[in-house]
Every structure is written in C-alpha cells, then in structure tokens.
Design a binder for this molecule. Structure first.
Ligand code: FE2
Length: 376
C-alpha cells in the first residue's frame, strides 16, 4: 500500500503529496495531539491519555521519515517523542481532505415535500423490522435521511411502542411517563381530549434537551378525519432562507422561551426556532405556537422578529410541503422531532381514536445504526 508520493516539512507543517495528486498540510501540534502510539492512546479503547496542555508550546518536528512498511515516522522535539502513523490513518483523518462526521445537519439529509411521495408514503412491515437486521437498518436509515419512518402491521397491543423503542435505543421518560395516551373517545365527561385539528409543530420545545425522537402507535381508529400530517422542517427552513436570509438569520439569532406548566411540572427552555451549526447549516427546528412563552426581545428587534416568525409560520403551513396520510391501526410512526413537524386534521365525533406515544433519542438510534453498518 503506497498512498504517499512525497513528504516535506515546511515551517511547522508536514506537507504530504498523495499519489492521486491531492495534498495535505498538517500542523505539527495536530499531529502530536493525534499521536496513535501506546504512550498516547489506550491500546484497548483508543482513548487519548494526555491533554492539550501536556503538549509543549515550543513543539516542532525535527525529522520525518518512512519505515520499511511505509509508515510515517515523525520525531517531535524538544520532548524527543516519536510518533508513527500509518499512511492509511493519515489519509482517512487528514483534516483538509475529509469532512467532519455529521449525521444531524441539513447537508446530510434528503429533504422532501409533498410531491416527493406522489407514489405513496413508504412503509416497512413490522415483522421485517422485528426479525431482520436489514429491516432495522431500513428503519434507522429512513429516520436519519428522511426524518421519519412508518412501520405497518405491528401488534395492536398496549405498550407495543415501548417494545419497538427497545429494539432501537432507549425510552426518554418524561413527566408524562414512559408513554402517553392520545385517546379521543368522544365523551362529554372527558373534555380534556378534543377532536380539534392541531397545526404543524414539534413536540416539547419547552424541554432542554428536547426529546429527539417521537413515536406514535395507532391502536384504534374508527373516526372520520384525524389524518396525520408531516412537514420536513429542514426543507421549510431552507425555503425560508431562500426567500429571506434576513428572516432566517433573525430566527437563528433571537432565542425565545418555551414553557409547559401544570400543577406538578414547570418546564422552561430558551432556544432558537432555527438552530444552526458552526457551518451555518440547520441542525434543529422548533415550532409550537401552543407552548411559546412570553416573547421577550429588545424593542428594536421585536418588529423584525414578528415578520420572520410570521414568514416561518406561513412556510410551515404551505400545502406543497405537507404529506397527509391516515395512520392505520397497527401502524407506528417514528420521526426526528428536531426536524419533522407533525399535525393532525380534525376528526368526526363518531367512533374511537386511540394512539400511544413515547419519546426516544437520536443518539441511541444512530449508535445502533453505526454499529449495524460497521458489521455489514
Ligand atoms: Fe405533538
């Protein structure tokens, strides 16, 4: 294996010219910090055994050579420390030729809108998911790439939603318990549950951290209406940014408070409606008109905030962004609550509608996805 064509030292950088003509310029302190030798890394778990302040400020590379296997040997002074890097490691890790790992931002998602699913919303059968690694991979990849997945033909038994989470990650227990009931048996004695439609929203923005995955399992549905609606919030944010970069910026820069309060609970958060990463890519969206707390901004910002907020709300409610479908008994929808907004249309007062919901988190799901993919 010979990936490297030429090695040279230039000031405090190691310059690597690769066989394919590409070039890397690696800073001496980065190389020392990423030393792979047993004195620098635990041999079993690969974890670093020193911190940045253990690296001398006056560090420099005295010499770079290659051993008989082509490994790159770097002698650091004044500590007289030898680091040996494989060519393969350097190529896979050199920072100017590789993108950072990122499974959260808009850049690595497949954005969608209504006409993306002209042929129908894809569904994965419960047995295929439950019995096969490929089925689990399909569910996990769909959640990562599209932000949601529908499992069909699951047992219509209570608590099934928790069994599904257990196969993928971990339940996020909240003040609503491990699971919550969305039971709308129309009954004058039970006015807590209505048949009203609900606008597009993300759940629980008043929690910090917010639950990043939501599951809804339909156990019974004999009402008319009550369709489920999903909107790709990352696509909505992209459209907002295309139509007005000022409005987009306003919602990323002006954080607001969300709140949920009942007798036993008082949850508060201060977060932006659109959150971006260090590359200005969208990583999280929030929208929930029901739980926005008092909006408290400097007077000079309030008008621009309201025009951005209105614009955001209008984009989210555009029909061409919405997919609408009926969640049937035995179907479980799983979605990324940091990306996908959900809504419900109004439904008739006749019949029963019973869903069970629960929360989980993306880190557990993505961890399983990474492990399953690494075994393939
Ligand atoms: Fe909701």
């Amino acid at each position: 294996m010979k990936l490297i064509k030429k090695l040279t030292l230039e000031n405090d950088d190691l310059i690597i010219v690769w066989q394919d003509g590409k070039q890397s310029q690696l800073f001496s302190h980065w190389l020392r910090d990423h030393c792979q030798m047993p004195v620098s890394r635990n041999e079993n778990n690969g974890q670093r055994l020193f911190s940045i302040i253990d690296i001398r400020k006056d560090l420099y590379i005295e010499e770079v050579t290659q051993d008989s296997e082509g490994n790159v040997c770097i002698l650091f002074q004044p500590e007289n420390h030898l680091s040996v890097f494989s060519q393969d490691w350097l190529r896979k890790n050199c920072y100017d030729l590789n993108n950072h790992f990122d499974d959260r931002s808009e850049k690595n998602k497949k954005l969608w809108q209504k006409n993306t699913f002209n042929d129908g919303v894809p569904k994965i059968s419960y047995n295929y998911f439950h019995q096969n690694i490929e089925g689990k991979l399909q569910v996990l990849c769909s959640i990562r790439d599209m932000g949601f997945c529908i499992i069909k033909d699951a047992p219509t038994k209570e608590g099934q939603v928790l069994a599904v989470i257990k196969e993928l990650g971990f339940t996020r227990e909240t003040n609503y318990g491990k699971l919550f009931e969305v039971r709308t048996e129309v009954n004058p004695n039970n006015l807590a549950y209505t048949n009203m439609g609900l606008g597009s929203h993300t759940d629980n923005p008043y929690r910090d951290p917010v639950p990043t995955v939501q599951l809804l399992h339909c156990l019974e549905s004999s009402t008319e209406g009550g369709d489920s609606v999903l909107v790709d919030g990352f696509n909505a944010a992209k459209i907002l940014r295309q139509e007005s970069s000022d409005n987009f910026l306003t919602l990323t820069k002006n954080w607001i408070n969300f709140r949920f309060k009942d007798e036993e609970t008082d949850l508060r958060s201060r977060v932006p409606m659109i959150e971006v990463n260090d590359n200005n890519e969208v990583i999280k969206v929030r929208y929930n008109n029901r739980s926005i707390d008092t909006i408290n901004l400097p007077a000079v910002k309030i008008r621009s905030f309201y025009s951005a907020y209105r614009h955001w709300g209008e984009v989210i409610e555009r029909d061409q962004l919405k997919i609408t479908f009926q969640l049937l008994p035995g179907e479980i929808i799983l979605f990324d609550n940091t990306r996908v907004m959900h809504a419900r249309t109004a439904f008739s007062k006749k019949g029963k509608r019973h869903l069970q919901g629960a929360y989980a988190d993306l880190d557990g799901l993505y961890s399983l996805l990474n492990i399953l993919q690494s075994k393939q």
